[in-house]
Structures are given as C-alpha cells and as structure tokens.
Design a protein around this ligand. Structure first.
Ligand SMILES: [Zn+2]
Length: 162
C-alpha cells in the first residue's frame, strides 16, 4: 500500500515531472537549449516569444533546476546566459519522445522536423536512452549528435554545466 499511495492524485512522479516540464514554452526552450541556444536574445528570436513570458519561463526553469545562469563577457559588460544543468540535460529522452509522438500523431502545415539523433561511433540513428538502438553500446551524451535539419551534418548536443 505504501508504494501505491505515491500513485494517487498529483503526488506521483509523472504528475511531479509534468508540473516542472509540462508547459509548452518550457518544452521548446528545453529543445533549443539541447541544440545549443544559451542567450536570452537567441531564445527570443528562435521562439518568437514575448520578453516577459520568456523571462518568467527562464526564471522558473532556474528555480526548478533545469537551467542555471552562467556569466559571460559581452564587450565590456558581464551578462548571463542560460545553460542546461544535469537535470535539464536528462530531459533529452522526454523531448525526443515528445517530438517523435508529435511527428506521428499531429499535423503540421510545414514540413516536420523531428529531432534526429545519431550515435557517432557506429554512425547510425538511435533514440536517446541507455543503449544505442543499432549497436547496443552504452550511450553517452558526448557521442550522441543531432542531424542538422535539411542536411546530414552531425552536430554535438549542448553539454550540461556541473
Ligand atoms: Zn551505435
């Protein structure tokens, strides 16, 4: 009974995960973060999101531990960029699975762009997870590259900060 009780109402792990991840802007910000976007202005221009909405989403993502603020020099000024934490990086299978589901079961007026990943040592496509779908080797994030849309260029994923 003890274990069953954690699967009631909103206390189960799925509900707790959805509470942190389940907002549409949060999911697309995470997608862009995996692909290497770090700066406020770049998120804004990629996403076409209002400043105040983006600021509040990013603040919540820092608060919930998905992202962390990291200072960088911009000319003479110090500014902050947003980088994935390990918890943020570990959303990759969720983001990938959501994209694969969306590609299969929803319609788009424009050509669809699922997140395509390749295991670089064997050079074959795989889903993110414990093992490569093709060769069965244990996957590391550094060996998992994405295929650039419209090309087959292999691009590393953003690495989380410690
Ligand atoms: Zn492989």
């Amino acid at each position: 009974m003890g274990r069953r009780s954690s699967w009631t109402g909103t206390s189960c792990p799925i509900a707790r995960g959805a509470d942190v991840l389940g907002e549409p802007w949060t999911l697309v910000i995470l997608r862009d973060a995996h692909l290497g976007t770090t700066r406020f202005d770049d998120f804004r221009s990629h996403l076409g999101i209002a400043d105040n909405v983006l600021a509040s989403r990013l603040a919540r993502m820092v608060e919930t531990g998905l992202m962390t603020r990291v200072p960088y020099r911009d000319g003479g000024r110090t500014r902050e960029e947003y980088r994935l934490t390990q918890a943020g990086a570990d959303t990759l299978p969720v983001i990938h699975a959501l994209g694969a589901w969306g590609d299969t079961y929803t319609n788009s007026p424009t050509p669809s762009d699922p997140l395509r990943l390749v295991h670089t040592p064997c050079g074959e496509p795989t889903r993110p997870g414990e093992k490569c779908d093709h060769c069965g080797a244990t996957l590391t994030r550094a060996e998992l590259h994405r295929l650039e849309h419209g090309t087959d260029d292999e691009v590393p994923l953003a690495e989380p900060v410690a």
